[in-house]
Design a protein around this ligand. Structure first.
Ligand code: SF4
Ligand code: SF4
Length: 321
């Protein structure tokens, strides 16, 4: 194929797919979409705990379909702190009407972690979010934990944090509650991962979930997005196999030696890409920092940009000379 590199070809293919409005829909979601009617669009009650709102901003970057269609046709948004006109006591009234069961069926979406040791660190209208979440467990149809903070504690849950921040599944476990809960990691979350999960949930039931806890990927996350490591489908995988490694960020070649966590990260970023299929971390020459992985930002020792001993030695030798 004349002068087009494999990486360029994948980039063009990803853009074309997005351009045709298919947005990299997995077969499971296509099949779910083909089932008729959205008459029973689910009510989504979207709450934010200890979060930076980055996942909400990412969800609003969805382009196929647009956020407007997603929150009016594919779902009915009951409340979202950044989008709803209601605030203060009016917002609390709406939230509580769902949580106490009087407003009808709903799916709870939670962004952010829960301050288990310091409930007052996160309140809605003077009530700890932990109380609201416990009440919700009795009335919601399902829960979707959105993003790294809600699924593994994320940055607020890093080792040594004073609030004892934990993810939603762990919060329910500590309270002996077992709701139906889907984990969708990522910092931030990819809009397709959330919206396609909701579409699947409503039209075809729960997608197949990771059912076993293991070292690297998160239990209860949809296999269609988080079932495989992104490394094997990376456009630079050939470089990895040929041992053509970048020496610094910005170089051509596999980014493993300058800190890429692709080999231990379960997500489909390398085939889905971001921003409607126009780019993703590695295309932008930034190593994957494993934001969708189970241990993302957990430990003080977590280094976002780790370099190998080999590169450290090379750099110190250059300094010495
Ligand atoms: S280590 Fe990173 S840059 Fe290299 S092939 Fe794997 S995912 Fe791609
Ligand atoms: S490539 Fe890695 S760091 Fe980038 S969004 Fe995907 S999982 Fe997160």
């Amino acid at each position: 194929m004349n002068n087009t590199s494999r990486r360029d070809f994948i980039k063009i293919a990803a853009s074309l797919t997005a351009g045709f409005g298919l947005a990299n829909l997995p077969a499971e979601v296509m099949a779910a979409l083909n089932k008729s009617g959205f008459d029973n669009a689910p009510v989504l009650l979207y709450l934010q705990a200890q979060s930076c709102s980055g996942c909400s901003i990412s969800l609003l970057q969805s382009s196929n379909p647009s956020p407007h269609i997603l929150i009016t046709r594919y779902s009915k948004l009951a409340f979202h702190a950044d989008l709803s006109a209601a605030a203060f006591s009016k917002a609390a009234e709406i939230i509580e009407s769902y949580i106490n069961g009087s407003a009808g069926d709903y799916i709870l979406a939670l962004e952010g972690s829960i301050p288990f040791n310091m409930p007052a660190a996160c309140e809605i209208n003077g009530k700890p979010i932990s109380d609201l979440l416990l009440k919700a467990s009795k009335t919601m149809k399902a829960a979707v934990a959105v993003g790294a903070c809600a699924t593994n504690g994320g940055v607020p849950g890093a080792e040594g944090n004073p609030t004892g921040a934990i993810p939603l599944l762990e919060f329910y476990k500590r309270n002996n509650v077992k709701p139906f809960l889907i984990n969708i990691p990522g910092c931030p979350v990819h809009p397709d991962w959330v919206w396609q999960t909701v579409i699947h949930l409503v039209k075809a039931g729960a997608p197949e979930l990771i059912d076993r806890d293991n070292e690297d990927n998160l239990i209860n996350s949809p296999k269609m997005f988080f079932g495989k490591r992104l490394h094997e489908n990376c456009p630079r995988y050939h470089d990895f196999q040929e041992k053509i490694f970048a020496r610094k960020i910005g170089d051509e070649g596999c980014l493993f030696e300058v800190g890429c966590s692709g080999p231990i990260t379960f997500s489909d970023c390398s085939t889905r890409w971001w921003n409607s299929g126009t780019t993703w971390c590695i295309d932008a020459n930034a190593p994957c920092v494993g934001c969708a992985s189970k241990k993302f930002a957990h430990y003080k020792s977590h280094s976002f940009y780790r370099i190998t001993e080999k590169i450290k030695n090379e750099r110190s030798n250059t300094k010495d000379n």
